[in-house]
Design a protein around this ligand. Structure first.
Ligand SMILES: *Cc1c(COP(=O)(O)O)cnc(C)c1O
Length: 341
């Protein structure tokens, strides 16, 4: 029987309290902008990040893709790290939706620097696409949950402002980043032109992300969302889960980080583990020794009711979350200690 799922922080189910809150939400037709709960979630998320307006979307892929579509055009280019979700895991959506080009940087654990951005900006020459936008991911998924601090973001933003470039944040795990850096979301509005805030990862809501930015950007984004088929009707039931999550599930992310560190501590003593990437938030990526096959390791875990993710050659990823309890942490550590190759 599978009862411990460490594949992703998207596997959580709404708690009874969240469900209760969802079913009591007042709703209306959100395409007419008449759903009070959707309006509340959008305003609340925007205010949290110091932005003017918000737009509730079915997924983080959609908020990212809308932000790109709204701030680029064909013959222009976006700069991001080669591991970025917008490039690797959105089905080629940038080419499909925006017909824009991508300039890939090779950062450190998914993080890029102001110097790298400066070096990637194209000269004014018709051979090149026109650089239009930079996108950061905080925390970085492929980077094992590494996070940017505010001074790092400010320095990249300065380069963007100097060169009139939009700066997007893929904030699938932005609250994990803010917690780890001990920062508040408010100052982000000085640096980013758009932020995608995910509700269905660590925050434990069943569905959705909110795109926040200026009133003008969100007005344009609302049109794009409609054209992509993302205009939902009585979506307040889903937005309510987001409101509940913002009110009750942000501070508890500290537990996920602590549990990720416990997994790391155990893995560091397992003879079949070659090394564990630094654990800064809720993601644990580790490499198995060449003698230990990924498939065999995953099968051994599965026999004990634990699921994990194959994350490239000899690499495994664990992600801690709301439904990964203290007892499950102890059980997982025990299983890891007992596995033999
Ligand atoms: C999960 C994720 C997203 C959005 O994913 P959806 O499944 O479309 O909500 C975006 N960026 C990163 C880094 C993610 O991990």
């Amino acid at each position: 029987m599978i009862n411990i799922d460490l594949r992703s922080d998207t596997v959580t189910r709404p708690t009874p309290e969240m469900q209760n809150y969802m079913f009591q939400a007042p709703v209306g037709d959100d395409v007419f902008e008449e759903d009070p709960t959707v309006n509340e979630l959008e305003a609340k998320t925007a205010a949290l990040f110091g932005m003017e307006a918000g737009l509730f979307c079915p997924s983080g892929t959609m908020t990212n893709q809308i932000a790109i579509k709204a701030q680029t055009e064909p013959l222009t280019e976006i700069i991001c790290d080669y591991t970025a979700h917008i490039y690797q895991y959105e089905g080629g959506g940038i080419a499909f939706n925006s017909a824009a080009s991508v300039y890939l940087l090779h950062g450190e654990r998914g993080k890029i620097t102001p110097e790298m951005v400066q070096g990637a900006i194209r000269p004014d020459n018709i051979h090149y696409p026109v650089t239009k936008m930079v996108s950061l991911e905080n925390t970085s998924n492929k980077g094992g949950g590494a996070f940017y601090t505010l001074p790092e973001i400010a320095a990249i933003s300065a380069v963007c402002k100097e060169n009139k470039l939009a700066l997007h944040l893929d904030g699938a795990r932005v609250f994990n980043a803010l917690l780890a850096a001990d920062e508040s979301p408010q100052p982000y509005s000085q640096y980013f032109t758009s932020i995608s805030v995910c509700l269905s990862k660590g925050l434990g809501a069943p569905v959705g992300s909110v795109l926040v930015g200026s009133k003008d950007l969100i007005r344009k984004s609302r049109r794009i969302r409609k054209a992509l088929g993302g205009g939902m009707r009585q979506a307040g039931f889903l937005a309510a889960a987001g409101i509940y999550a913002l009110d009750h599930h942000v501070n508890r992310l500290a537990q996920d980080h602590a549990r990720a560190r416990l997994l790391r501590d155990t893995l560091q003593h397992c003879p079949y583990v070659e090394h564990v990437l630094p654990v800064e938030t809720n993601i644990v990526i580790f490499k198995l020794k060449p003698s230990a096959s990924t498939q065999t390791f995953l099968a051994k875990l599965k026999e004990q009711g634990i699921l994990a993710l194959d994350f490239g050659p000899h690499q495994i990823r664990f992600v801690t979350h709301l439904d990964f309890t203290e007892a499950m942490t102890e059980r997982t550590c025990q299983v890891l200690r007992e596995i033999k190759f």
